[in-house]
Design a protein. Sequence first.
Length: 212
Amino acid sequence: MDYKLFYASESAAQGIRVMLEELGVHYELIESTTDRSKPRPAKQLEINPNGWVPVLMYDGTGMYECAAITIFLCDRHSEANLAPKLDDVTRGLYLQTLVYFSSSVQTAFQTTYYPDRFVDMPEAEASAQKRGIRRLRETWQVIDDQIGNNDWVLGKYFSAVDIYLFMLTTWLSPTLGHPDISEFPNVKRVAHATMSRPSIQRIYADWLAKNS
Ligand SMILES: N[C@@H](CCC(=O)N[C@@H](CS)C(=O)NCC(=O)O)C(=O)O
């Protein structure tokens, strides 16, 4: 099965690229951008009119939304064991955490990176950003408490959720006022364990060189 991924580095597409590597499937990257002043490839916009990456193409069609792509790929390549099977007791936690990442943690990040999307008046943007930072702290704390003493997000076994978690931690920027990962020791432990995956070492080589 061949895939095409509309891609920009340091974006949510990077986590999907790691998953494609973990699955060992053939894929092609199509360079896109997150710079709002630059145009997107027409095909990307046709599939995702929001203009965001990642966008995944397969079998002549395409889809977007990181959590949905993760579930889709893990189900399609279930032999890779990146996700609990339908009857596994951790299946609920797997789905819950992916959707929480996408709907709550990512929204908190967006409020800090793109405050103009959340308020009407430019003068309200600083306040939105400040609330976004507080929301980041609240949502990461929920995840930290959820992980507790577990080795991985879902307990004993590594999964796609750990890749997603790692990707999100790379967006934490104390220079923007975000909390430091050290505030969430369980998240930090899982992120560090995930870093040792060869797929992360390859795809996040630049980030790891700058940050570890
Ligand atoms: N909910 C979407 C969000 C994707 C998203 O925010 N992508 C960012 C990069 S991390 C992007 O393309 N930003 C460019 C823009 O907003 O114009 C997902 O999870 O896939």
